[in-house]
Write a protein that binds this ligand. Structure first.
Ligand code: SAM
Length: 351
C-alpha cells in the first residue's frame, strides 16, 4: 500500500522492480529529502558502474540552425522571437565542425537545430552519408524535431544512428500549456514510436520545473519513459529566456533535476543519460553533480564559435569554458577529479 511507503522503501522497490506506480512516483519525488538523496545517488552510481563502469561518453554538439517554425513558449529560438539573430550552417560548415571534432577525439556528432525547412531530406541524407563515409567509426545523432516516418526512415537508411526528441512533458494539458495550439503531444509520441520502429537509438526526456509542472506531471514523465524504454534520456532544468512568454518564470532547480536523473538511472539502468548544458548553466558544478547522480554522457559544444551565442534557448546558456569542445583537456581533468574518465569512443547504448 503506497500510503505507507517511505522514500527509502520506494528506492528499494525501484531497484528491484525497475518500476513504480504513479502514486509511488509522486511520493518519491516529493518525499526525497537530503538524507535520502545521498543514498539514492549511491544506488544510481552503483547501477551505472555495473553497466558502463566509470566511462563518460562525449558527444560533439553541432547546433546547425536557430531558425524554427515552431513557437514553443519556453524556447528562445521560437519563431515569434524577433530579437533572435538567426543563422543556419551550410553542409560545408557542418562538415568542418565534424572534421575539427574528430581531431579532438569526438566519435559521435549530434546535429541539432530548430525545425528549419532548409534541411530537406535530400540535403540531410547527403550530409549524413558524407559524415558516415568520412568517419566510419563515428555515430551520427540527429535532433531536428518532428518529421514524418518516411523522412526518419530515409535519414536512418542514409546512416543516422540515433535521434533525440524530448517529449517535454507527458501530460497532454501541460503540454498544451507550454506549446502553441498546433503542437500536440500525440504527434511527438508518434514520432518517438516511429523512430523506435525504424531502429534508431532513441532519446526522449523533459524539462524539470517548466511553468505549471506538478509532481504528478513528473510521475507521468517517469511512467512514459518506463513505457517507451528509450536508449537515451535527456533531462535538464527549465531556464527562462527573456524574450519568451515565460521570461520571468522561475528556473527549475539543479537539486530536483539530479534527483530525477538518479531515479531514471535506477529505472533504466542501461540508458545513456547526459549531464546537460542546462545543468552546467545553473550551477558551475552542475555537470559533475549530474555524473555523480548517474549520468554518463557530456555534450560539449562543437558549433562554430561565432554562432554559439545565437543558439540561445535560454538566458546565459553556457557555451565557453569547459562547455566548449576545444576545452576537452580541461573537461577531462575535471571528470577525472571526480573519479570518472572521458573515453574517445562512439559510446553506443549497451543493451
Ligand atoms: N528542434 C528540436 C526539438 O524540438 O527536439 C531540437 C532543438 S530544441 C531547442 C532542444 C531542446 O531544448 C528541447 O527539447 C527543450 O527541452 C530544450 N529547451 C528549449 N528551451 C529551453 C529552456 N528555456 N530551458 C531549458 N531547456 C530548453
Amino acid at each position: 500500500m503506497s500510503g505507507l511507503d517511505t522514500p527509502d522503501t520506494l528506492i528499494d522497490r525501484l531497484k528491484e522492480t525497475r518500476t513504480l506506480t504513479r502514486e509511488q512516483w509522486v511520493r518519491l519525488i516529493t518525499g526525497c529529502d537530503k538524507a535520502t538523496e545521498a543514498w539514492l545517488f549511491d544506488e544510481a552510481r552503483a547501477v551505472r558502474h555495473s553497466v558502463y563502469g566509470r566511462d563518460v561518453y562525449i558527444r560533439g554538439l553541432i547546433e546547425i540552425s536557430n531558425i524554427c517554425k515552431n513557437d514553443c513558449l519556453y524556447c528562445g529560438i521560437r519563431r515569434s522571437n524577433r530579437n533572435a539573430d538567426r543563422y543556419r550552417l551550410t553542409s560545408e560548415q557542418i562538415l568542418a565542425c565534424a572534421e575539427y571534432g574528430y581531431r579532438l577525439g569526438f566519435r559521435t556528432f549530434v546535429l541539432q537545430g530548430g525545425e528549419d525547412s532548409y534541411y530537406t531530406d535530400e540535403l540531410m541524407c547527403e550530409l549524413v552519408a558524407e559524415l558516415k563515409q568520412k568517419y566510419p567509426d563515428c555515430a551520427v545523432t540527429l535532433s531536428l524535431g518532428e518529421r514524418g516516418e518516411k523522412s526518419f526512415t530515409r535519414l536512418f537508411e542514409a546512416g543516422a544512428d540515433r535521434y533525440l526528441l524530448r517529449h517535454e512533458t507527458a501530460n497532454p494539458e501541460h503540454y498544451a500549456s507550454i506549446h502553441p495550439p498546433e503542437m500536440k503531444l500525440s504527434d511527438r509520441l508518434e514520432c518517438l514510436r516511429a523512430l523506435k520502429r525504424i531502429g534508431y537509438q532513441v532519446g526522449s526526456g523533459f524539462m524539470v520545473g517548466s511553468p505549471g509542472q506538478t509532481a504528478e506531471n513528473l510521475a507521468e514523465d517517469m511512467l512514459l519513459l518506463q513505457e517507451l524504454q528509450p536508449q537515451m534520456v535527456g533531462i535538464g532544468p527549465f531556464i527562462p529566456h527573456k524574450d519568451t512568454p515565460f521570461g520571468s518564470r522561475p528556473a527549475g532547480t539543479v537539486e530536483l533535476t539530479v534527483r530525477l536523473l538518479a531515479m531514471i538511472r535506477l529505472m533504466l539502468p542501461h540508458a545513456l543519460i547526459p549531464a546537460t548544458t542546462a545543468l552546467g548553466t545553473l550551477d558551475p558544478d552542475g555537470r559533475e553533480k549530474g555524473i555523480l547522480a548517474g549520468a554518463n554522457v557530456i555534450m560539449p559544444n562543437l558549433s562554430p564559435p561565432d554562432t554559439r551565442e545565437k543558439y540561445s534557448l535560454y538566458d546565459n546558456k553556457l557555451c565557453t569554458g569547459d562547455e566548449a569542445a576545444e576545452s576537452l583537456n580541461s573537461l577531462k581533468k575535471r571528470i577525472e577529479s571526480i573519479g570518472y574518465r572521458i573515453v574517445e569512443e562512439r559510446g553506443d547504448y549497451k543493451p
